[in-house]
Design a protein around this ligand. Structure first.
Ligand code: M6R
Length: 606
């Protein structure tokens, strides 16, 4: 996730900014850069890779100044390289800007500016902002910024310098975080408190649409044209606590981030109610070539493939074969030049998945990846790529990547179906309307966190826990079981509800916890009967379904109700309580939640 730092004061800006950036490292980034004003000019240095590389470059070419801005970038628009790294500079070189967030209407603004003669260097959405500021500048940076934010849409926190105003920096907060600290040696603004607390424990938390004008050592906050005051709040957070934004673990933070990051991802993928898959989009003639579709991945990403398979088969009426990547390499799956091989990987570096892609390519297939990391190996070696845009996932157990992978895959399926005339525009609109409601529904589910914690407390000492479901609910069951086992170390297994009586029922003892997922209308009654069979054998059945489902309430010990959505989208919501239950089970057992034993975040060996 991108992070910004801006400073002006008595200290050397380069040192304060580098220190501030280093505190944002935990957010994940792929490049870093800094700008200062020196002798009436903007001077900048940017490097791809770690902050250390930027630091070394600055040791050789120090940028001495009392004022500057810095950035760590997690690429969203454009690959990670020096040109796309921030600060982004305006065409005349007089305005330098760092940005955290996404400018949704950047393409239309870029087209407008290009028509007026502005020449862009980067592939970023950000570059339109300094260009607009240059266009509107008439000797007052604040006025130019105000005009600019009247045009841009999206989420942003940015800080900007102008070489014409050597003692001034302006920052704006709109839907992306921005905090500040005022201390004896200056004023620092940053994306999060981690960059501020080494200078000041008194923090200003800026609010929506605040514009902060730092001028000649003083600052003024404007909001909707009025000067306002924001209180300082004393923080007692340590650096480590601050990087988790007050959550005890990254996992819980990432679970809670889902509403926000899915919303951001959707704002990139859906424009004017139309799906825009960017580099991932196929034309109708490309699509007509595919006679077979394979979806290949490992672990949680494989479970995302299983959900995507349902969407593709339902919408495209084409069979989709799902396979775990470590098997795909060794087996014969009839892959040929008429095959599309879709691979899903959060890290983009999973060795098994990379091998599977190589095999698919050798067999002449077209490859498409859904991945979260721009510039990763998988994004580079597949023919096309769709990004998840869910920000860095630090906890080993995957949560927000999973839900964002399913959404990406679903949008792909809808786009393909429309292009192949399998569904109408009206149907697409219905899906779009519904998918846009998903982020808010996730936030709603998370309001019941205490109930899930109670369940975690009830199951934490169980020997085995079973998850059941049919069809798409079985996909959620598999993901719920994987989440629980990897962080709680309790034996957890998923079964198709209808398969129980063919063997697994023998495992049920008195009080064995069973989490039964039943969101799919066409199998609801059957699953409810299976729940009765389980309870008759002593199982403690926790049923998970859409709210107000009296049948499930009656056929379970406890009912976990989630907001209603269409059946196809249910896995995106139904997994969230299971993530929280897994989290609290692990935390209550005192496990190392973010780094479970024996596991790694990125599995780079086969
Ligand atoms: O980075 P990838 O998505 O390719 O990783 C695949 C699996 O290793 C990963 O999903 C793993 O199963 C997670 N620990 C699950 O939470």
């Amino acid at each position: 996730m991108c992070g910004i730092v801006a400073y002006t004061g008595k200290l050397n800006a380069q040192d304060v900014i580098l220190n501030g950036l280093s505190k944002l490292e935990y957010r994940g980034y792929d490049s870093a850069g800094i700008s200062v004003i020196s002798n009436g000019e903007i001077k900048s240095l940017k490097r791809q890779g770690k902050i250390k590389i930027l630091e070394e470059a600055l040791e050789k070419n120090p940028l001495k100044s009392h004022i500057g801005i810095g950035h760590v970038r997690w690429a969203t628009h454009g690959v990670p390289n020096e040109t796309n790294a921030h600060p982004q500079i305006s065409m005349n070189g007089k305005f330098s800007l760092v940005h955290n967030g996404i400018i949704e209407n950047y393409l239309e603004l870029k087209n407008m500016l290009e028509a007026e003669g502005y020449v862009f260097k980067s592939q970023t959405d950000t570059e339109v902002i300094p260009m607009l500021i240059e266009k509107f500048y008439e000797g007052d940076l604040l006025k130019a910024v105000e005009k600019t934010i009247g045009l841009i849409r999206g989420a942003y926190a940015f800080a900007v310098l102008s070489s014409d105003e050597e003692n001034r920096l302006i920052a704006v907060k709109h839907s992306s975080p921005l905090v500040g600290g005022v201390f004896e040696d200056g004023i620092i603004l940053a994306s999060d408190v981690t960059s501020v607390i080494s200078h000041s424990k008194k923090i200003i938390y800026f609010e929506e649409d605040d514009i902060i004008d730092v001028n000649n050592g003083d600052y003024t906050i404007y909001n909707k044209g009025k000067i306002i005051d924001r209180p300082f709040k004393e923080t007692k957070m340590s650096l480590e606590e601050a990087s988790k934004e007050n959550y005890p673990h990254f996992l819980l933070k990432e679970i809670h981030e889902q509403g926000k990051v899915l919303q951001e991802g959707l704002s990139i993928r859906i424009k004017n109610n139309k799906i825009d898959l960017g580099e991932g989009a196929f034309s109708s003639s490309d699509l007509k070539k595919f006679k077979k579709i394979y979806a290949v991945a490992c672990g949680t990403a494989y479970h995302a493939c299983l959900a995507i398979k349902y969407a593709m088969e339902k919408l495209l009426r084409l069979p989709v074969t799902c396979e775990v990547a470590s098997e795909f390499k060794y087996e014969d799956y009839f892959v040929d030049e008429n095959s599309l091989v879709l691979v899903v990987s959060q890290s983009g570096e999973t060795a098994d998945t990379i091998s599977a892609i190589r095999k698919a390519k050798d067999l002449g297939a077209t490859t498409l990846s859904i991945t979260n990391v721009l510039g990763s190996t998988i994004s580079r070696i597949t023919d096309r790529v769709m990004y998840c845009y869910c920000g860095p996932e630090i906890s080993v157990a995957s949560t927000k990547a999973y839900t964002s992978q399913i959404i990406a895959g679903y949008l792909l399926a809808i786009d393909m179906a429309l292009k192949l005339d399998k569904i109408s525009d009206d149907e697409v609109q219905k899906y779009i309307e519904e998918i846009k409601k998903i982020p808010a529904k996730i936030d709603e589910i998370l309001k019941d966190e205490e109930d899930y914690k109670k369940i975690a407390d009830e199951i934490k000492l169980a020997k085995s826990i079973f998850y059941t479901g049919r069809g798409l609910d079985f996909v959620t069951a598999k993901e719920g079981a994987l989440k629980l086992k990897e962080i709680s170390y309790i034996h957890a297994e998923a079964f198709q509800a209808g398969e129980l009586k063919h063997g697994p029922l023998a495992l049920i003892e008195k009080d064995t916890p069973v989490i039964s997922i039943a969101t799919q209308n066409h199998t609801m009654e059957k699953t409810a009967s299976n729940n009765e069979e389980l309870m008759a054998r002593g199982a403690k059945v926790y049923a998970l379904g859409f709210k107000e489902n009296n049948l499930l309430k009656a056929s379970s010990l406890e009912f976990i109700g989630i907001p209603k959505t269409i059946d196809l989208f249910a896995p995106i919501l139904a997994v969230v309580p299971l993530q929280v239950i897994a989290y609290y089970t692990s935390a209550l057992l005192g496990n190392d939640v973010d780094k479970p034993r024996n596991l790694a975040k990125s599995v780079t060996v086969e």
